[in-house]
Design a binder for this molecule. Sequence first.
Ligand code: GDP
Ligand code: GDP
Length: 458
Amino acid sequence: MSFKAAIVGRPNVGKSTLFNRLVGSKIALVDDTPGVTRDRRPGEARIGDLHFTIIDTAGLEEADAATLEGRMRAQTEAAIAEADVSLFMIDARAGVTPADEHFAELLRRTGKPVVLIANKAEGKAGEAGVLESYGLGLGEPVALSAEHGEGMADLFAALLPFERTEPEDEEADDTVAETDVPVGEEDEGAPVDLTRPLKVAVVGRPNAGKSTLINTMLGEDRLLTGPEAGITRDSIAVEWEWRGRPIRLFDTAGMRKKARVETKLERLSVGDALRAIRFAEVVVLTFDATIPFEKQDLQLADLVVREGRALVIALNKWDLIEDRQKAMAEMREKAERLLPQARGVSLVPISGLTGSGIDKLMQAVAKTYETWNRRVSTAALNRWLASVLEYHPPPAVSGRRVKLRYMTQAKSRPPTFVAFCSRPEALPEAYTRYLVNGLRDTFGLEAVPIRLMLRKGD
Ligand code: GDP
Ligand code: GDP
């Protein structure tokens, strides 16, 4: 566990909801007995590959009104003192209230790091509140929907800097050691370790052909293909080898046979996919090429990107496609238009049934994995930044130029960059997008999520 974060804020802003989402279980709800003190519960949280301890200060609303403020203050101060960073949450729908201002003041006085979270930001109802929260003077808010899981990538990016002082987490022995590759070295394209199993998840809508594909890869009928409707099975891992390279495959067969049952079960199966995605390094998203780019396909692609995994799209059942050239052109156009967050993603036509295209698919997996692990040297980044600043500097905001000073790659898997900036909150989002696209094009970071964090620095 690399660091501790405390969630603070007035009652009802959504602290418990975020706590539950980060800890990934319903534990906090289970002991929701009136009168039980839930103050400062610690939990093991994770977002993507970031692990940390989270201290929740929810449950204070059960205190009686007369002592509420005092207790809130005491509990909050204790939690803040214990934590490396405070996640200060407001309700973007309600806007900034006097109680929020009170908390902000308390936090500012501690002088410890704060990440401001504007929760309930889904849809339009929260927009004004998000903007209003800039006025608390705690920097750029992370717009979040704890309930719907939106904005988690931004929260991830905001918390990442707190991880870096500690050694790798407990999963380190199962991944390529990043510590071998110090930031700032000229190490573009550092070779990945080919003896460790590359973790690949095969996800996709029911009937896209996941089981068929995995069975063909393995060359035997290893997966259960029970005829019973609604069989529930957790994601499973199977060991495979491709061109002598060990591959650990995760199958989400649990998603099968649930196509026509009601939403609740469909959501559960997305949960299965999410578990596989989180375990994987590269995700093979399997489309049924005869009905591609359906809503669930897009949702899954978005999940993969948000979780920071490398993405490859398999266009399955290609054997059923008549005019392949035309179909391919259409797929490329659709991918560009409907999946801008996965720019440059490999689209590989395959037939899980006949096995054709699987070798190409695995080549794309290996290449994308390499990109996902890539390190760009600080020197190269800053040479690039200098040319960007010369030809396309950030616009002036309220009469003053926003200055970008320096950039470095904080981590890989996925490539994550930090830019130090005179006024991070003033840099327009369009400019950040421009930088991300520039990084992608200049350093060949196709088809992997790129994180760019802005930090205040002079
Ligand atoms: P806490 O008192 O700060 O721990 O707040 P809770 O987590 O108990 O949430 C308070 C209420 O806000 C509950 O009814 C939640 O369902 C709701 N809530 C939490 N997060 C969100 C969100 O992102 N969007 C919306 N619309 N409601 C949310
Ligand atoms: P899953 O639910 O994603 O695991 O999908 P299955 O592997 O069970 O496949 C669903 C259906 O699509 C089955 O009837 C398969 O035979 C068929 N299928 C799978 N892959 C292909 C393929 O490459 N070509 C064709 N023509 N049919 C396929």
